[in-house]
Design a protein around this ligand. Structure first.
Ligand SMILES: *[C@@H]1O[C@H](CO)[C@@H](O)[C@H](O)[C@H]1NC(C)=O
Length: 517
């Protein structure tokens, strides 16, 4: 039983990776770092080829997650290669994403184990159902956002703190130190906001007597200092800047200099009123029920709620800053759902409660279905480049300009299959003939620049005012790529048509492939 629940969770996360294999700009730093480690290695003479020296991004980020992901993915790539599943570099991207998804899913499964132990087997089952029926967590765990690297140790810490007997009053003293150590190093290396989650955990463990101040100090110092040494050594090397501690740099840039405000300001309540409901779907109301009925849920949710409240003080808000709380809220929702289901069995009220829980799960699935279908159609850049690679598979001397929109919606280094590097050690062979392709992502070029740059043989251009200024005397439109625009009510349904979808997706032309005449 429990094994099949774990398989269900892993399979859900894998499905999202396979359905939407392309990536967006937020993922690109870690994705490209993983690409560079996989294909060039980490030697000093390999660094000159690394992508982050060309596209550094707003703030330096740590390489630790990407290096580990590339290393852990390597054996998986060998296995995939053995079974003939590695045809091109694009397949490497999928394997790396599947590996990340699996690691994160395993930690989510650990929390299920702890849930079953503390709140009973049915709570573990419902926790799995609620998690799988949500969209954001299963969809994003296989995406190389810094937050998804941080999610793994945070979830393991959550597991360590939750994994105890049903009636235990405080954190298990042996594991509390490990959890604190994990949270400290996650905050130092991956995401500084985890410090705000650590604070209430410390308060709770100290007040409940699970640990004492001396221990907290010792663990914090040990884990903090060793993590600082690790990140400074690794990241100064990769960024060739001494000394560099990326997360501290990020805090300075975003909080002290207030730069994050430039990305937009949301009101104080946004996390509670908008992002939590979006992340949790129907787990949100159920978690509130959990808070009312069980004091263990109140102490379980104290750290995440305090964390979100503290983060709310910062003007700039994004859902991914609070994604770490999702598994804990799902535990609370599962506890509430078991409570509802076990109400007076057989009575009308009991049956209504059962129906309510089933209905909430169905609602989750419907919303997740819509969001999944939407996101599949949301990577025009990835689709355009894949089509481009197929169209000109036999062509030599191709120099294609890639527009900003294409670069942001799926054109990753892994998709540049006709250009070096060709990492033969992991099964990627150069094409039989020397194809001589260049994928050129130079920014801020006008249509005039691209037309006058005689080296460009092709261009993947954003539909809009730009494309109409390309002279059609010089260029041919080879193909047009559409992507999601919006959902509209399905009129056929009203006219008695035999369709089952109440909404219809409207797609819009987003990118065109141009070829010089
Ligand atoms: C990409 O295009 C720019 C602008 O035309 C050009 O300066 C650059 O040399 C091109 N890159 C490569 C690798 O050819």
């Amino acid at each position: 039983m429990s094994t099949s629940l774990d398989i269900l969770l892993v399979a859900t996360c894998w499905t999202h990776v396979l359905l939407a294999p392309y990536t967006k700009v937020e993922e690109s730093f870690n994705l490209h770092a993983t690409h560079d480690v996989l294909t060039y290695g980490i030697g000093a003479d390999a660094l000159q080829y690394y992508d982050h020296f060309i596209f550094p991004g707003a703030v330096p980020r740590t390489f630790i997650g990407s290096v580990l992901l590339a290393w852990i993915s390597t054996p998986a790539i060998y296995v995939a290669k053995y079974y003939g599943s590695i045809q091109s570099k694009t397949d490497l991207q999928i394997v790396a994403r599947l590996v990340l998804a699996t690691l994160n899913a395993v930690a989510v499964c650990l929390i299920r184990r702890a849930t079953a132990r503390r709140y009973g087997g049915p709570a573990g089952v419902l926790y799995t159902f609620f998690t799988c029926s949500q969209f954001h967590l299963p969809f994003w765990v296989g995406r190389t956002l810094p937050n998804m690297f941080a999610l793994l140790p945070v979830n393991i810490a959550s597991y360590l703190l939750l994994n105890r007997a049903p009636n235990s009053q405080r954190f298990p003293s042996r594991d509390v130190n490990r959890a604190i150590g994990l949270l400290v190093s996650t905050a130092v290396i991956f995401r500084s906001e985890i410090a705000l989650l650590l604070a209430p955990v410390l308060l709770q463990s100290w007040l409940s007597g699970a640990t004492n101040l001396r221990n907290i100090f010792k663990v914090g110092l040990l884990s903090g200092l060793s993590s600082i040494v690790l990140t400074v050594l690794v990241d100064s090397y990769f960024w060739q800047k001494w000394p560099l501690w990326p997360e501290l740099h990020g805090v300075y840039f975003n909080v002290v200099e207030g730069k994050s405000a430039e990305w937009g300001i949301s009101p104080f309540h946004t996390y509670f009123s908008s992002f939590l409901p979006k992340l949790l779907l129907s787990s949100f109301p159920l978690a509130l029920v959990g808070l009312l009925i069980d004091s263990r849920i109140r102490s379980l949710l104290f750290p995440p709620i305090a964390f979100i409240a503290a983060l709310s003080a910062l003007g700039h808000k994004e859902w991914r800053f609070i994604v770490y709380v999702v598994p804990l809220f799902n535990v609370a929702a599962a506890r509430a759902a078991t409570w509802l289901i076990s109400r007076r069995k057989g009575s009308l009220f009991g049956r209504l409660c059962f129906l309510a829980v089933a209905g909430l799960l169905v609602c989750n699935f419907l919303v997740t279905y819509m969001l999944t279908v939407t996101s599949i159609a949301n990577y025009p850049g990835g689709e355009a480049l894949t089509r481009f690679n197929e169209l000109y598979a036999e062509r030599e001397n191709v120099h294609v300009h890639i527009s900003n929109l294409a670069a942001q919606t799926g054109v990753s280094l892994f998709l540049q299959t006709h250009a070096p590097p060709y990492p033969s050690q992991i099964g990627i062979k150069p094409p039989p003939k020397s194809y001589n392709w260049v994928y050129n992502k130079t920014e801020n070029l006008t249509p005039q620049d691209i037309t006058n740059g005689r080296h460009f043989t092709h261009a993947i251009v954003e539909v809009g005012p730009d494309v109409s200024t390309f002279s059609m005397r010089e260029w041919d439109v080879v193909d047009t790529i559409q992507a999601f625009e919006r959902w509209i009510p399905n009129m056929e349904l009203l006219n008695g048509g035999k369709v089952w979808e109440p909404f219809r997706m409207v797609k819009k032309d987003k990118l065109v492939i141009l070829e010089r005449k």
